[in-house]
Design a protein around this ligand. Structure first.
Ligand code: SF4
Length: 492
């Protein structure tokens, strides 16, 4: 089969994309150049999925791996090896225009097989069921009898101790009944998607909740024509934003007076109309009065891979590998900077804790942005290193959340566009942001650290990433100082 022929087949990914949106699947087939290149964060999610799949194969020691780039080679190996009645990894099933690869095809009772789909997720989702329903359909059409369908998902209670134990890392979920339910009418859905693929023109589609469900659609052009302060920038607009959009309300400014909005959304609407920020000086003053010198501005960067890297750690547990800290002794002092960034593949937590204890001292407010996150990291550290637990308890009691005045809308600037995140607030209130940095968000920081530290990268490249990580974490903390200074200015 030619490459062009293969690209016209309906794979399980294309089936899922077709279920999500006809326009998406049509463009994927006819104008693939319009699909943006995979970004580093998505790429990392794919590599993580690959690693998880490899570990799941260890659950079946007598399995035969037929994963290969050679499309027809994979199909013919599958046909040959089905006779051996051994677990097959990545068996390829081709029936007419339908094609599916099965993560694990397991020989069950005589002449019957089980499907095991491996996912890096920790819970069963509708998209997994639809994925397996498609595989099940392809198998049935090719004459394979499927007895049961399973999902091998990550067990988030597993704790690493030495080598990864696949028996502990995975939870196996029987989803046979759900797959049967999702299989009702599947033939019609497949025919519908094939019809879309075969039509000469791209279907028109209206943006909706499906653009982000089950996955963020990679096509952004459907959203490009929306004006500034569009209805989707409404603070926690969610479904309400789509309802308004479908009734013809395109911008926040167009929301009629009688429409039920909460107080924060009303503040946002008023700021869009005036172009001016909303400032509740009394509330901001109250927040500033709660700060006690010496002020500590703290930020952690973390990793949380599906497969834990260190003993005593669970899947997806956030492990801090870096912190940045500014200390301002009193109102007349210049900020003093301290930082920590682990430089090897060891568990970073003992060294991080020791450095943190040296620099955080025993008094003064510890200002963070989104306290729940930093507190979660600290409490996990206390559980793992009980010798620090009393001190960490004291540290937690000193935490002050700089997000609070923005989440409460004590201050709101129209340029925040409905967000109270640090990335939205910092440029809106200070005019300075992250655009000059190579690493400019937490997810990118996390995957950059993983590839620089565990990816076997050349030293010069690694050193550059470490420098960029320092700059990024520094900006998060220095940015908090700028914000507090601005709030003080507003209250004077
Ligand atoms: S952005 Fe939404 S409407 Fe546009 S192709 Fe993607 S899913 Fe479809």
């Amino acid at each position: 089969m030619t490459e062009k022929g293969i690209s016209k087949l309906l794979s399980k990914t294309k089936y899922l994309n077709g279920l999500q949106c006809p326009r998406l699947i049509w463009i994927e087939i006819h104008e693939p150049e319009k699909i943006p290149e995979t970004d580093p964060v998505t790429q990392h999610i794919f590599s993580q999925g690959h690693l998880v799949s490899e570990l799941a194969k260890r659950l079946f020691p007598d399995g035969i791996d037929i994963s290969t780039e050679d499309f027809m080679g994979n199909i013919s190996s599958t046909i040959d090896l089905l006779r051996e009645r051994k677990p097959l990894f990545e068996a390829g099933i081709l029936v007419g225009k339908l094609y599916s690869r099965i993560d694990i095809l397991y020989p069950a009772a005589e002449e019957e097989w089980d499907i095991v789909e491996v996912k890096s997720s920790t819970s069963v989702k509708d998209v997994h069921i639809n994925d397996v329903a498609y595989q099940h359909y392809c198998c049935n059409q090719s004459g394979l009898n499927i007895r049961k369908c399973y999902l091998a998902l990550i067990n988030n209670q597993y704790v690493k101790g030495g080598e990864i134990d696949p028996e502990g890392l995975f939870n196996i979920h029987d989803i046979t009944d759900q797959v049967e339910e999702a299989s009702v009418g599947i033939e019609g859905r497949i025919d519908g998607i094939l019809e879309v693929i075969n039509q000469g023109t791209c279907p028109e589609m209206i943006i909706g909740l499906h653009c982000r469900d089950p996955y963020e659609c990679p096509l952004t052009d459907c959203w490009d024509s929306l004006p500034e302060h569009n209805i989707f920038s409404l603070y926690y607009g969610g479904k309400k934003s789509f309802e308004m959009y479908n009734s013809g309300i395109v911008t926040v400014g167009e929301i009629p007076d009688g429409y039920k909005l909460n107080d924060k959304q009303r503040i946002q609407q008023a700021c869009v109309a005036s172009g001016e920020p909303h400032v509740d000086r009394e509330a901001i003053h109250g927040f500033l009065s709660s700060l006690e010198y010496p002020l500590h501005y703290l930020d952690f960067e973390t990793i949380g891979p599906a497969v834990p890297l260190f003993d005593g750690v669970r899947p997806y547990q956030n492990i801090s590998f870096q912190f940045s800290l500014y200390v301002v002794k009193d109102e007349f002092s210049q900020p003093e900077h301290f930082s920590f960034l682990v430089s090897d593949t060891d568990d970073p937590r003992p060294a991080l804790l020791s450095e943190l204890q040296k620099t955080l001292g025993n008094s003064g407010s510890i200002i963070v942005y989104n306290k729940g996150f930093e507190e979660g990291i600290l409490r996990d550290l206390a559980a793992a290193f009980p010798e620090y637990s009393d001190w960490i308890e004291q540290v937690c009691s000193r935490l002050v959340d700089l997000l609070a005045p923005f989440r409460n809308f004590d201050y709101y600037h129209p340029a925040q566009k409905g967000s109270a995140s640090l990335k939205a607030v910092l440029p809106a209130i200070t005019g300075r942001g992250y655009e000059d940095l190579d690493i400019n968000d937490g997810q990118l920081a996390s995957i950059s650290f993983l590839s620089a530290t565990f990816g076997g990268m050349p030293e010069a490249e690694r050193a550059k990433i470490m420098e960029n990580l320092e700059k990024y974490c520094d900006r998060d903390t220095e940015g908090m100082i700028w914000i507090v200074d601005k709030l003080k200015e507003l209250c004077n």
